[in-house]
Design a protein around this ligand. Sequence first.
Ligand code: NAD
Ligand code: TYD
Length: 349
Amino acid sequence: MSKIILITGGAGFIGSHVVRLFVNKYPNYKIVNLDKLTYAGNLENLRDLESLNNYVFEKGDIVDKEYINRLFKKYKFDGVIHLAAESHVDRSITNPMDFIMTNVVGTVNLLNAAKELWKDNYNNKLFYHVSTDEVYGSLGEKGLFLESTPYDPQSPYSSSKASSDHFVRAYGNTYNLPFVISNCSNNYGPNQFPEKLLPLFINNIRQGKKLPVYGDGNFTRDWLFVKDHAKAIDKIYHYGKEGETYNIGGFNEWKNIDLIKVLCKQMDIALNKDQGSSQSLITYVKDRPGHDKRYAIDANKLKKELGWEPTLQFEEGLAKTISWYLENQEWMDNVTSGEYQNYYKEQYK
Ligand code: NAD
Ligand code: TYD
């Protein structure tokens, strides 16, 4: 094996797409997927890889320092691609401490383990930290987030991610640890846990349940198909400049309510329902506290320097996403049984 790479959070939504891309594209890399399998982690996302000999799964918690140190000694990783995180803003409002533990303490545990393992020779080593555009805060009607935009996180989730980004840069600055960071906009696609907008609404439409739109629905997000994010991570891991930050985005801004109406139209077609029937499920509900108004990414640095661009038009990506969820109802039924029902009741009571 020419490289041994640790991917954290590989059983989650984005992580599973990154693991699959690396395992298939680089048969001479050994990919170790470390995941705690929280409610958001699901080994079903990776069943097709289980028999491959360049893929290993390790169940563990990045908050457990001793365990992490043992894992780094066992595998002697050449690189780390760190995606493990608590990732949902609404849950961070209910329970900020989980976010501090995993996103901040867990990241520092990984940084310490990498620093210790690589201390004699940083050559060809890399700590890649996967982050979010939410660290930049909220935009008004105009403007885009650049890599130089000052951090201004507004939710417990984005504050914990901002803190982890700062720690990664601090380890670069203080200990010369080789790192890159990317900050990406909202992802959508197969395997996303149905607490996030699109899979939640797809599942509700399928079941004829209401679509809870927060506030007036005029909040703007930039949407990127998850496989395009995974491709960007591949480019940045291999060709990104050490110590740099890259913004990743879809060049694809939507107001929530407009996006939801497009989703409803496509769902009516996919389910052979009368046009307008999914849209009739829209219900405006109490706004999320501290709801960020607008995120919009300028991803031109990545485009110019590394030649990355999104490959899918949004309508096409959305159609693929809808088909995946409708063809994988068992996946959806499994992740929405049990604890999810309590979460849903509590969040949307
Ligand atoms: P996710 O919630 O779907 O998956 C997170 C994974 O991390 C799960 O498999 C979970 O089991 C694992 N995990 C959680 N706590 C852990 C711990 N203590 N130890 C080990 N594993 C743990 O998240 P996602 O949407 O795939 O996001 C992945 C990364 O990308 C996160 O760092 C997130 O901040 C970032 N990101 C997400 C988006 C998005 O739109 N989803 C956008 C930009 C950046
Ligand atoms: P979400 O998928 O939670 O991602 P993020 O908050 O990280 O951007 O939400 C996307 C947008 O959709 C956000 O503006 C909040 C809104 N939203 C709703 O209106 N209703 C919902 O039930 C959810 C989950 C989100």
